[in-house]
Design a protein around this ligand. Structure first.
Ligand SMILES: [Ca+2]
Ligand SMILES: [Ca+2]
Ligand SMILES: [Ca+2]
Length: 465
């Protein structure tokens, strides 16, 4: 009898849980966990807001420290570290600026005379007492004997920057070009709600000739290694510039698959974090569309166009006053619009964002898993959820252009995972963690104390369950 009673109880709970999924439960809180088991270990602590972690050809983890302005190499075997560089001219005041992206040239330590490392940082371009925020990319040369980076060379500078939504991820692509993500500067949002979004703006030929990069907001840029505009960049509206793709909010994850496909992970507003297949010349919809063009849980409210002065209004993204013009997603069309490959996560129909909360995970990065070491993982994307304290695995279809199954949740703990690196053996996954900020705990309650602030952690695959 007791056994039958238990079974019946379980059945009732399953029915209740199924009924709750949909409009009354936050989809990010119902993500199924992956079944594999991992051993975890803290490799290093006391990093200064580590932002990029990359597996280097020397078997070390190369890390940028956003607020300490350092590039640090950590030996994963014993956690020992060397500071390769400390930048002296970084301007950093917020949680979205400082020393951010880093890309290692594929010829690094290959004795080809290209021991190059590319760094993205914010700086103050005002020589006087004011502040003019800008972003630059510099190339450094690695001296393997001294274990230091030197000989700085500016690739591009004077890129627009602000205190929010800074993008900042950089890659050297398989085509030997630099790919750099730029956010929308947090415009039309929180403290910057009266600033207009420029993600749809495209440069004129005169602007490009004058090296005026004002429109490079909410874009993916594609540069030659020397900073010039590649001859095969798309001519958008008849103008060839550094712009590879546009209509983006804040892409902080950027990765190439071995197939050559480029994936971006970008932060949605209160819903619709996106994974985009980034293609030359394409428009990803922001701010007219968040996620898919489906009029669900998002309409573009342009605070800067308010008929009463914006500065007199109190910002509320879910309930703009009548003076703020609002446009339904479906009112906007564009011939080059590309919807996301998938979203993580979208509010379901009828979901009340005000009552049930944002469905965003805070995607800090994206990585491509291409190993047989963990059964079933080959051809998966790994996306860090900073707000949710988890790393997500998104399995891809054979052609890499769609997902092949549900997103799975791993490594949930009270940590804001900023970025990942995958060891060449495929068994070890490394992650760096912010020093501070809020995260959702195991009960999906917001907490402000992180378990491993400023740490580099390692997860080693142990077994299938
Ligand atoms: Ca990385
Ligand atoms: Ca989009
Ligand atoms: Ca939408």
């Amino acid at each position: 009898m007791a056994q039958r009673g238990q079974a019946w109880t379980v059945f009732v709970l399953v029915v209740a849980a199924t009924a709750a999924v949909g409009t009354r439960q936050n989809p990010r809180g119902t993500t199924p966990p992956g079944g594999e088991t991992f051993a975890s270990r803290v490799v290093a602590t006391n990093l200064g807001n580590p932002w990029e972690v990359t597996w280097g050809p020397d078997g070390h983890l190369w890390i940028t420290e956003r607020t300490a302005f350092r590039v640090t190499r950590v030996n994963p075997a014993d956690g020992t570290r060397q500071v390769a560089l400390t930048l002296g001219d970084v301007y950093q005041t917020s949680v979205q600026d400082g020393l951010m992206g880093m890309a290692l040239h594929p010829d690094l330590l290959k004795s080809r005379g290209r021991d190059w490392v590319y760094l993205v940082s914010t700086y103050d371009a005002d020589a006087g007492s004011g502040v003019t925020r800008r972003l630059q990319v510099r190339r450094y040369t690695y001296d393997a004997a001294a274990q230091t980076l030197g000989s700085p060379h500016t690739v591009i500078d004077n890129l627009p920057a602000h205190d929010d939504h800074g993008g900042g991820r950089i890659l050297v692509g398989p085509d030997g070009k630099l790919y750099l993500s730029r956010g929308d500067q947090g415009s039309n949002w929180l403290a910057n709600y009266c600033n207009a979004i420029h993600s749809q703006d495209l440069p004129t030929a005169a602007q490009i000739a004058a090296r005026d990069w004002t429109t490079y907001q909410g874009k993916i840029l594609r540069l030659e290694l020397d900073g010039t505009i590649p001859a095969d960049n798309p001519a958008i509206n008849g103008v060839r510039s550094h712009i590879h793709s546009y209509g983006l909010r804040n892409t902080q994850g950027l990765v190439f698959a071995p197939s050559g496909l480029l994936y971006g992970a970008e932060h949605g507003p209160s819903t619709d974090d996106e994974i985009d297949l980034l293609q030359a010349g394409k428009n990803y919809g922001w701010p007219h569309v968040a996620g898919h063009n489906d009029d669900r849980s998002y309409a573009y409210a342009n605070w800067s166009a308010s008929t009463t002065p914006c500065a007199t209004l109190k910002f509320n993204s879910l309930a703009p006053p009548p003076s703020v013009p609002q446009t339904k997603e479906s009112a906007w069309t564009h011939p080059d619009f590309v919807p996301p490959m998938t979203t993580l996560f979208s509010a379901p129909a009828g979901y009340d964002l005000g009552k049930l909360g944002s469905t965003t995970i805070g995607p800090g990065s994206i990585d491509y898993y291409d190993s047989a070491a963990i059964p079933g993982w080959r051809a998966s994307l790994l996306v860090t959820g900073m707000r949710t304290g988890a790393i997500y695995r998104v399995p891809l279809a054979a052609d890499g252009r769609s997902v092949s199954g549900p997103t799975l949740l791993y490594f949930k703990q009270n940590d804001r995972y900023r970025d990942t690196a995958i060891a060449p053996d495929g068994r070890r996954i490394y992650a760096v963690i912010d020093n501070a900020g809020s995260v959702l705990d195991a009960a999906w309650q917001r907490v402000e104390v992180l378990a491993h602030p400023g740490a580099l952690v390692e997860f080693t695959y142990t077994a299938k369950p």
